[in-house]
Design a protein around this ligand. Structure first.
Ligand SMILES: C[S@@+](CC[C@H](N)C(=O)[O-])C[C@H]1O[C@@H](n2cnc3c(N)ncnc32)[C@H](O)[C@@H]1O
Length: 224
């Protein structure tokens, strides 16, 4: 990711961060979608799981609660959202292993994780940013690891395209363009992931949301 990569907070403006959870849960089918993402990831006992761009920790905490035999880590670049995540962890008595870091510079040794999950994060990144983050994820995934993403997807029709303009006005047109044009699958393949597919697509009042699955490149894809 270049030094010029803009940093987009959860709802773009930091003063909106305290309202993030409420906004997302009211406007999107947040819980069922995040549950579907975790089901798709087939997390097993003993797995190490990383939630990239974990924000207020909804997905991280859900994963840790549902899969007690797994060790779930969250990473986000914004200390304020991480503070909200910690508050939620305390309130629900759920262990939270989270740290502040940029997703293009993940502070973990290569091949640490069996699963990487991420929700509503990739549309915060420019194209070079997405490529840098996918490289970083590819490095920390084990050769048999998998990446599972929930994010804005290719607009199914004109109505979904028009509604998505609201997201673009908030989060910016450059970072969201790849999502609405359906380019994430291509970017995942270019980054060396295999078995890449969009597994689900659904309408929301802010546009189309998609789930994606990708497998790590295996040993062949790891830097020597
Ligand atoms: C829309 S929020 C999504 C949060 C959470 N994953 C969810 O599903 O609710 C996007 C998050 O990405 C984080 N973020 C943006 N750019 C980042 C980067 N380069 N590295 C790490 N986190 C980043 C923001 O701080 C924010 O918390």
């Amino acid at each position: 990711m270049s030094k010029q990569e803009p940093y987009l907070a959860a709802l773009r403006f930091r003063w909106l961060t305290p309202f993030y959870d409420r906004v997302v849960s009211v406007l999107l089918r947040e819980e069922p979608l995040k549950r579907s993402l975790l089901r798709q990831a087939r997390i097993e006992d003993g797995h190490r799981v990383l939630d990239v761009g974990c924000g207020t920790g909804t997905l991280t905490l859900m994963a840790q609660r549902e899969y007690k035999g797994a060790l779930v880590f969250g990473v986000d670049g914004d200390l304020e959202t991480l503070a909200l995540a910690r508050r939620k962890a305390l309130a629900t008595d759920t262990p939270l292993y989270a740290c502040a870091a940029l997703a293009q510079d993940l502070p973990f040794p290569d091949a640490t994780f069996d699963r990487v999950v991420s929700s509503l994060f990739f549309h915060h990144l420019t194209r070079p940013g997405k490529k840098a983050v996918l490289r970083a994820i590819g490095a920390v995934l084990s050769p048999e690891g998998e990446l599972h993403i929930l994010d804005w997807g290719k607009a199914q029709d004109l109505l979904m395209r028009i509604l998505f303009v609201l997201v673009q006005l908030l989060d910016g047109f450059e970072t969201t363009a790849d999502s609405v044009r359906g380019r994430l699958v291509g970017l995942l393949r270019e980054a060396g992931f295999t078995q890449v597919e969009e597994t689900h697509r659904e309408r929301s009042i802010l546009g189309t949301l998609s789930l994606y699955r990708a497998a790590a490149a295996g040993d062949a894809g790891k830097p020597v």
